[in-house]
Ligand binder design. Structure first.
Ligand SMILES: NC(=O)c1ccc[n+]([C@@H]2O[C@H](COP(=O)([O-])OP(=O)(O)OC[C@H]3O[C@@H](n4cnc5c(N)ncnc54)[C@H](OP(=O)(O)O)[C@@H]3O)[C@@H](O)[C@H]2O)c1
Length: 319
């Protein structure tokens, strides 16, 4: 018995070490001077590390955060660490369609160029809740909000081409489903499944958008950043979920900086500038995508459904 326990423990630690040793870092030397980048959810976790690294490379970095306090604190810290004064905070609450529209309007009016949009902000919740727009909060923050933001910023991204969109999705897309009749989860709610569904939508959007953007000079890809103990479960009141997630994170053995590597790889590398409609893990293209992403009819249906739910007038923005 004791021997079996020891063997299991050795295997666990060996696999953990293997994961740590095979983790990839993006090229640290690519300059981003002259590039304008937006990172949403840039005050914490993976988004903060991503924004900091882009500032270190000389980009103009716009931190899109919902809290004025946390956003300005992150801005000040990034400026002090990188000495890049071209880092600004702008408020955006992805759980509000009005806020997303105001943020996008401000960007269009004040920025001449936008080269990289990183849709990083995201949340997890074990409790069902609805936004002021009547949409499931997790679905809106993780999918409908970034969908609207991206659509509104596309004219500027196209004008600034070559440009890139990076959607921070998750390997949990594999467990997602799309229920058009109840994507507000009114009849049944499970926090983990809702999160998976939002990340699947994110990925399907990435692929559909890449098709629609062929030959425009704008590429769009999605990433899984790794399983990392950030603040993502702070809004989760279910202790079992929190402990389960902490164990997974311990097993994966990654830091916030590690989590920023794949978004940074797509934002800065030549590979990230040429690939489109792809999913990346550990700085490499991955096939760990739900088979549902290959269903063209489903992709188009989700596109139309999303337009309708957020009342987006396709003709108002050129695509
Ligand atoms: N950590 C993981 O294991 C993991 C795995 C796969 C994918 N991801 C994805 O990685 C992304 C970054 O997450 P993280 O792990 O770095 O978590 P995090 O530390 O909690 O960061 C999430 C960021 O999103 C922001 N945010 C949440 N709700 C928002 C809203 N309504 N409007 C605007 N911003 C909002 C948060 O702002 P506040 O500070 O104000 O809450 C925070 O800045 C997310 O999309 C997440 O789904 C994470």
């Amino acid at each position: 018995m004791l021997m079996s326990v020891i063997i299991v423990l050795v295997l666990i630690f060996a696999f953990r070490t293997y994961l740590r040793m095979t983790k990839q870092m993006c090229d640290q030397n690519v300059s981003m001077v002259g590039r304008v980048v937006i990172v949403t959810g840039a005050n914490s976790g993976i988004g903060f590390q991503t924004a900091k690294d882009l500032a270190r490379r000389g980009a103009r970095v716009i931190l899109g955060c919902r809290s004025v306090d946390r956003g300005t604190k992150a801005r000040d810290e990034i400026i002090s660490v990188t000495n890049n004064k071209n880092v600004v905070f702008k408020q955006i609450d992805l759980s509000s369609l009005r806020s997303v529209r105001e943020f996008a309007k401000d960007i269009i009016e004040t920025e001449n160029e936008l080269h990289v949009l990183i849709n990083n902000a995201g949340m997890f919740s074990s409790e069902k809740s609805y936004t002021e727009d009547g949409i499931d909060t997790v679905m809106q923050v993780n999918y409908f909000g970034p969908f609207l933001l991206t659509r509104l910023l596309l004219p500027l991204l196209k004008k600034s081409q070559p440009s890139r969109i990076v959607n921070v999705s998750s390997i949990f897309n594999l467990f997602g489903t799309i229920n058009f009749k109840d994507d507000n989860h009114k009849s049944f709610y499970n926090g983990i499944l809702t999160y998976c569904n939002s990340k699947l939508c994110n990925l399907i959007f990435t692929i559909e958008l890449s098709e629609r953007l062929r030959d425009t000079g704008v590429v769009v890809n999605a990433v899984h950043p790794g399983i990392i103990l950030t603040n993502i479960t702070n809004g989760c009141s279910n202790l079992l979920y929190r402990v389960g997630f902490a164990v997974l994170c311990w097993f994966n053995n990654l830091t916030d900086e590690d989590g920023a590597q794949t978004p940074l790889h797509l934002a800065t590398s030549d590979i990230g500038g040429n690939a489109t409609g792809k999913f990346f893990i550990n700085c490499s293209e991955s096939s760990l995508v739900s088979p549902k992403t290959r269903n063209e009819v489903l992709r188009k249906k989700l596109w139309e459904h999303s337009n309708k739910l957020i009342r987006f007038d396709e003709s108002s923005v050129q695509l």
